[in-house]
Design a protein around this ligand. Structure first.
Ligand SMILES: [Mg+2]
Length: 410
C-alpha cells in the first residue's frame, strides 16, 4: 500500500501540470449600463429597465434598494424618482457579442455563463500577456473603449475564487487573489458568498453560529453533512477551502486572433493610421507564430465616432503568419475604407486573422523571399522573448507617443 505522501505527490502530478489561473468577467448592471451609455441624460440617475418587472437597475437605483425581479410598483415605492425605460434586447445582444469578442481575444478558453458574464482561463498566458492584473486591466480597458461599458473582473486559482473576487470588486473594479492568499481572502466573507448557499442554507448555518467562510472551512466536514445533508455539506466544505477542480468548459479552438487600438476622435490621419496598423499587425502575427498557427483571412475592424462598427475582409491564396504579408493586405483594405473613415471619424482600428490552421506545412510551401521575411519575424520574436517587448521596435514605430484612453474612475 502506498504511503499518504506518495499518493499526494502523484495526485498533484496528475491534476496540476501548471498553476491554473482563471478570470471571471461580469458587466456591471448590464442592461441599465447600455441605456446610460446610449442616453447621456440618464447617466448618474436611478434608472431601471422594464416597467412591469425590473430586468436591471442602475447602481444609482440599487442605492435605494431597487433590485432585479421586483415589480415596478415595489421599485417606485422605494425610489419615487426612478426612471424606467423599455428594454432594447437588440442593443444588449449586439453589446454582448462585442464583449465576448474581447473575451475571445484575451484567451482561447472562454466559458460563457450568461449574456454578460464568462469565465476565462488564462493559465500559462503570463509569459505573453503579463501578470493576471495586467491581463484583467487590459480586458477592462478594451471593453470600455470598444463597447463603452464598465466591466468588473475577479481572478484566482479556481473558477469559484474568480467569481467571488469579481463580486467583491463590483462595481467597475478588479480584484486578483494572489497564489497562496486564497484562504485569507475567503475567510472573512459571509457564508452567503459560497456558491450554492441560498437564504435557507445561510440561515441554517447562522443558527449554528457559523457566519463566515473561514468558520465553515474550520468545521469538520461531518458536522456540515449532518446539518445540510451529504451533497451540500461536502460541496460547501470544499468551496470554503478553495477546492474547486472544475476546468473551463469549452470545446473549440480559437477561430480568430485579433488586436486593436483606440484613440480620441480626430487625432489620426492616414499615416498615423498606418502606424497603428503596423503595430496591431505585428502583435497579431507574433501571437500566431507563438501558437504555431497560420491564417488565410485578414479583417480590418473599424469603430466610428458614433460607436458603430465596420469591418472589411480579404482571403489570401495562401495561409500565413508573416507580418509583411498580413500588413500588405490590411493596408489595401484600409485604403479602400479611407474615404468612409475620414467622413465619419475613427476612434478604433484593429485587425484580425481568421481561417486558422496549424503551421506545420508552412516552411515547405514558402517561396524564398517570403521565407526571408519569416526569418526576420522569428528573429524579432526571439529578441523580444529574451529582452522584453520593447527591445525591438519596427522602424516606423520609433518615437511615436502611446495614445491610451484613460479608464473611467472606479
Ligand atoms: Mg453582470
Amino acid at each position: 500500500m502506498m504511503s499518504a505522501s506518495v499518493r499526494e505527490e502523484q495526485h498533484r502530478g496528475w491534476s496540476q501540470p501548471s498553476t491554473p489561473r482563471f478570470l471571471h468577467a461580469d458587466l456591471d448592471a448590464f442592461y441599465a449600463s447600455v441605456e446610460q451609455r446610449d442616453h447621456p441624460e440618464l447617466r448618474g440617475k436611478p434608472i431601471a429597465v422594464g416597467g412591469g418587472v425590473i430586468l436591471a437597475a442602475s447602481y444609482e437605483a440599487r442605492a435605494f434598494g431597487v433590485k432585479t425581479a421586483m415589480t415596478g410598483r415595489q421599485a417606485r415605492a422605494l425610489c419615487p424618482q426612478l426612471i424606467t425605460v423599455d428594454p432594447r434586447m437588440e442593443a444588449y445582444t449586439e453589446a454582448s457579442r462585442r464583449v465576448f469578442d474581447a473575451f475571445a481575444d484575451c484567451s482561447p478558453n472562454v466559458e460563457g455563463l450568461s449574456i454578460d458574464e464568462a469565465f476565462i482561463d488564462i493559465s500559462g498566458l503570463g509569459r505573453i500577456a503579463g501578470p493576471d492584473a495586467t491581463i484583467a486591466g487590459n480586458l477592462r480597458r478594451r471593453v470600455l473603449e470598444d463597447v463603452g461599458l464598465p466591466l468588473s473582473v475577479g481572478g484566482g486559482s479556481t473558477k469559484f475564487l474568480a467569481k467571488v473576487a469579481s463580486a467583491v470588486a463590483k462595481p467597475n473594479g478588479v480584484l486578483i487573489v494572489p497564489d497562496g492568499g486564497e484562504l485569507d481572502f475567503l475567510a472573512p466573507l459571509p457564508v452567503g458568498r459560497l456558491w450554492g448557499v441560498g437564504p435557507v442554507t445561510e440561515e441554517a448555518l447562522r443558527s449554528a453560529g457559523v457566519n463566515t467562510v473561514g468558520e465553515v472551512a474550520e468545521l469538520a466536514p461531518e458536522l456540515l453533512v449532518a446539518k445540510l445533508g451529504p451533497a451540500a455539506g461536502r460541496h460547501i466544505h470544499r468551496l470554503a477551502n478553495n477546492l474547486d477542480p472544475r476546468p473551463i468548459e469549452v470545446g473549440r479552438r480559437r477561430r480568430s486572433i485579433g488586436s486593436q487600438r483606440s484613440f480620441p476622435v480626430g487625432t489620426i490621419d492616414r499615416s498615423g493610421a498606418q502606424e497603428i496598423l503596423l503595430e496591431v499587425t505585428d502583435r497579431v502575427t507574433r501571437r500566431l507564430r507563438t501558437g504555431e498557427r497560420i491564417g488565410r483571412t485578414v479583417t480590418i475592424r473599424l469603430r466610428y465616432a458614433d460607436y458603430r462598427a465596420g469591418t472589411r475582409s480579404r482571403t489570401l491564396i495562401e495561409a500565413t503568419n508573416a507580418t509583411a504579408a498580413v500588413l500588405e493586405t490590411a493596408t489595401e483594405l484600409l485604403d479602400e475604407a479611407w474615404a468612409d473613415v475620414s467622413e465619419r471619424g475613427l476612434t478604433r482600428l484593429g485587425i484580425a486573422v481568421s481561417g486558422l490552421t496549424d503551421d506545420t506545412a508552412l516552411q515547405l510551401t514558402l517561396p524564398f523571399t517570403k521565407h526571408d521575411r519569416h526569418r526576420l519575424d522569428e528573429a524579432v520574436d526571439q529578441i523580444r522573448d529574451r529582452f522584453g517587448l520593447d527591445a525591438v521596435t519596427r522602424a516606423p514605430l520609433v518615437g511615436r507617443p502611446t495614445i491610451e484612453m484613460p479608464l473611467l474612475p472606479d
